[in-house]
Design a binder for this molecule. Structure first.
Ligand code: ADP
Ligand code: MG
Length: 507
């Protein structure tokens, strides 16, 4: 190498120059590189610092989050505990529920049974008390009726018949709780009427008869009884008293009942039932069971000294069997119909009386008893327009007016305990005088039509009923005497003959 190396050799000198160039370049490149390195270093540090800062803030956020979550966790934990606790509790309750339910049901059952038992015994007690009160009430009522003199007033409202066209207004209405009240209403006012009993339009003949049968049978015990059907024509008087063939009224049912009752009393008692039928038209009496229809009957004092009235020539038909009853009614009806051209019209202007006498003698004691049952289908009570009627129609109207007024007056006098009772003011009251006075029982069946067109007549009838109802007849006593006829004082002797032209009964 020493040999070859000669720093003065041109080649070496040349190379040295080049080396120097290169060395310069290298130094420069190194400088550049170092600057570059420095830059890169700085860049790196900056990036690292940025990343660090970012990481730090992210870390902080995560920390914050974590703290929040921790916080949440802290609050959730107790909630979870209570939830778990609740859940366990509920679970236990659910498990226990069927047992509790069963127990509760058993207890409730026992309680219910106990209460039912108590209620039922309370009910029985109430029922017992109610029955006692009912009996007491009945007794009181009977006592009241006795004190009031045995005048009872019933009302029967007939149904609207087929073919009748009436406005659908409810003119007549009833009290659901009190069968003694009847309401009449027009467009302006409501009127209340209190009677002893009100029969609905649906009431059957049987139901009506059930209410009167004790009255009917009391004549076996020696009472005199009058049952009147009062009301305007077409209000159902004849339906109630006579009825129709398939469904007879009070007349036939009464006679049948009396017949069966006295038959039951045999042989201890020997009873005789006699029947008369009378029609009063224009103040004359007609014997409906007699042969001579033209004959006019008179009312006379009985010559036997008993003080009773009697009608000479009046046919008395003795009823011995149920068949006899039918025969009597047929005959009476036939006789009534043959004498007039229009039975309906005629019957509305005359009074029809069925007089049943029940006389009995006790076979061992000789006790005698006599009672009379008068069943009266009165003439129509409608007011006749004064201007419209003349001639025979006017006379009929006057006669009806007179006798119905007399009936009202007689009852009024009896109620007021007048010493003079104007029985003689009409044939009707005179004939019935001993059945209306002191020792008798009276039932007024006031018939009412439900039609609006009959409103004013219905009001009149019910006003009549109200007045009759407040009447006192004195105590009812038995007509009974031993062997001889020493009966109670005659009633007609005190009869006062005063013609009463004023008719307050038919205002
Ligand atoms: N309660 C009732 N049930 C059914 N129809 C009745 C009733 N009351 C009356 N009628 C009928 O009404 C009409 C008039 O009755 P009726 O008894 O002749 O009246 P009055 O004798 O008062 O003139 C008759 O056709 C009768 O059959
Ligand atoms: Mg009639």
């Amino acid at each position: 190498y020493q040999h070859w190396y000669n720093p003065t050799h041109p080649l070496v000198v040349d190379c040295g120059g080049t080396i120097l160039v290169y060395e310069g370049e290298m130094e420069r490149a190194q400088g550049q590189l170092e600057a570059e390195m420095q830059n890169l270093e700085e860049e790196k540090n900056r990036v690292i610092e940025e990343a660090f800062i970012r990481a730090e803030s992210e870390m902080k956020a995560v920390h914050d989050n974590l703290a929040g979550v921790r916080m949440n966790l802290l609050t959730l934990q107790p909630a979870l505990r209570t939830l778990t606790c609740d859940y366990n509790c509920l679970k236990r309750q659910v498990q226990d529920f069927p047992f509790m339910l069963e127990k509760a049901i058993t207890e409730a059952k026992q309680e219910i049974c106990q209460v039912i038992g108590e209620v039922s015994s309370a009910n029985q007690e109430l029922l017992r008390k109610y029955k006692r009160e009912m009996n007491l009430r009945k007794k009181c009522h009977n006592e009241l009726v006795r004190m009031k003199g045995n005048i009872r007033v019933f009302c029967r409202v007939r149904p609207v018949c087929r073919g009748e066209h009436d406005s659908a207004e409810n003119m007549v209405s009833f009290d659901p709780d009190d069968d003694a009240l009847l309401y009449l209403s027009n467009k302006v006012k409501l009127m209340t009427f209190e009677l002893d009993k009100v029969f609905h339009p649906q009431a059957t003949q049987e139901e009506v008869f059930q209410e009167v049968q004790s009255l009917v049978t009391s004549c076996i015990d020696g009472f005199n009884v009058c049952i009147f059907a009062y009301g305007q024509t077409g209000s159902g008087k004849t339906y109630t008293m006579e009825g129709v063939a398939k469904d007879p009224g009070i007349n036939q049912r009464a006679l049948r009942l009396l017949f069966s009752e006295v038959t039951e009393k045999a042989p201890d008692w020997d009873f005789k039932i006699t029947v008369s039928m009378v029609e009063i038209y224009n103040e004359t009496l007609r014997n409906l069971l007699g042969d001579n229809q033209g004959e006019k009957l008179d009312i006379k004092m009985n010559p036997d000294g008993s003080g009773h009235l009697y009608v000479p020539g009046l046919t008395e038909f003795t009823v011995q069997s149920p068949e006899d009853i039918n025969r009597v009614f047929e005959l009476g009806h036939m006789n009534r119909a043959t004498a007039c051209t229009n039975l309906n019209e005629h019957s509305s202007r005359s009074h029809a009386l069925l007089i049943i006498t029940v006389a009995g003698v006790n076979s061992s004691t000789g006790h005698r008893t006599q009672g009379k049952l008068n069943l009266v289908d009165l003439a129509g009570s409608e007011r006749i327009a004064k201007s419209g009627a003349e001639g025979s129609r006017l006379r009929e109207a006057q006669c009806i007016n007179k006798s119905l007024s007399a009936l009202g007056d007689v009852i009024n006098a009896l109620r007021s305990r007048h010493s003079h009772v104007p029985f003689r003011n009409s044939r009707l009251t005179y004939l019935l005088s001993d059945s209306l006075s002191g020792d008798s029982k009276t039932l007024m069946m006031v018939q009412v039509s439900p039609l609006v067109s009959n409103m004013s007549e219905s009001v009149c009838s019910l006003k009549f009923a109200q007045r009759v109802r407040t009447i006192e007849l004195g105590n009812a006593t038995r007509r009974q005497w031993e062997n001889s006829s020493t009966s109670s004082s005659p009633t007609h002797d005190s009869a006062e003959v005063t013609y009463n032209t004023h008719a307050p009964w038919r205002e």
